[in-house]
Design a protein around this ligand. Structure first.
Ligand code: XIL
Length: 313
């Protein structure tokens, strides 16, 4: 196969999309590459709380609708991202306490999921609930509502769109399969699966070249053995810029490791890279000095990592 989506089939191969890039007519290669190479998408920011409910009970679906429409028109699998997260939260939420916060969270999940009901394949209901040491992140939801906020969020999501798969994120690059963060996620996943409230766990996979975990497949397998599906949800593999020939080749090996792992795990349903082209990647602004993390360069040209991924899928 010559395209990522064909190579990945029956799994999906996705990217993160911003509505502004979809609509930008002066950059036609964006939509062209999105349509020809990919079969799934996650809105990069448009469905996050600060964008979609910037003021209490005032919803703005403009950007999310553009991404959802693009997904429908192009027969994409859409991943809804995300409902409950400490980051990119609307400022008004930070002033709430106790039951007020709980009601706002329930309302947020319900209104957003009902708006998109039936369209997303899955929703990232709870995003990044753990610290790297496996303890719960002491964000506003945890501090005000206790760890039970996760069950409340999942229960609300299940009722709002019973056909959508419900996911929790994430496991990061620094987590080995025996790592405490991955262990904490696994035990949470088991508890929520037993209640019928969880369908999947997402591995974000923002990796550094040469540090892609060799045991990612084993780690996926212990989650699927616990009854959830897994997905690689935000893959990118960054390197210091400008890229060296050695790092470019190492990146090909690393992408191949991830693709091989997902292919080997029956319940790994797909891979999403966090963007299409390096030109728009979040990496250079978030990790200064790093870049070249995606499968298409600034000029939408494929890389050795692209060919390695095609070969591995
Ligand atoms: C990032 C986006 O890519 C940026 O554009 C934004 O400024 C910050 O968020 N984990 C997630 C994603 O779940 O939503 C984040 O996306 C990256 C880390």
């Amino acid at each position: 196969p010559e395209t990522l989506k064909e190579a990945a089939y029956p799994r999906y191969f996705g990217n993160s999309l911003l509505s502004g890039h979809i609509l930008n007519m002066s950059d036609p290669l964006f939509d062209f590459t999105a349509i020809t190479q990919f079969s799934a998408a996650t809105p990069e920011n448009e469905m996050k709380w600060q964008v979609i409910e910037p003021y209490q009970n005032e919803f703005n679906f403009t950007g999310g609708d553009i991404v959802a429409a693009f997904a429908m028109v192009n027969n994409y699998t859409l991943r809804g991202h995300n409902l409950v997260w400490y980051s990119q939260l609307a400022p008004w939420v930070m002033n709430l306490t106790g039951t007020e916060l709980e009601s706002a969270m329930i309302n947020h999940i319900t209104v957003v999921m009902e708006h998109y009901k039936g369209i997303p394949y899955a929703w990232d209901v709870v995003n990044e609930p753990f610290n790297d040491d496996g303890t719960y992140r002491e964000d506003i939801f945890y501090n005000e509502l206790g760890p039970g906020y996760i069950e409340t969020a999942l229960r609300t999501a299940r009722a709002a769109d019973p056909h959508a798969k419900l996911y929790i994120y994430s496991i990061d690059y620094n987590i080995e399969w025996q790592g405490v963060k991955s262990d904490a996620m696994l035990s949470l996943a088991m508890n929520m699966t037993a209640l019928g409230l969880l369908d999947g766990v997402g591995f974000e996979s923002h990796f550094i070249v040469g540090e892609t975990p060799g045991d990612i497949q084993q780690n996926m397998e212990r989650f699927t053995a616990a009854g959830v599906e897994v997905a690689v949800t935000e893959l990118d593999i960054r390197m210091p810029t400008p890229p060296t020939e050695a790092n470019i080749m190492q990146q090909a090996t690393d992408y191949s490791t991830v693709a091989t792992a997902c292919k080997a795990v029956a319940k790994c349903v797909g891979i999403t890279t966090w963007g299409i082209t390096d030109m728009y990647s979040w990496v250079p602004s978030t990790f200064p000095g790093y870049g070249y993390a995606l499968l298409f360069d600034d000029y939408y040209q494929p890389k050795p990592a692209t060919n390695a991924t095609l070969a591995a899928l």
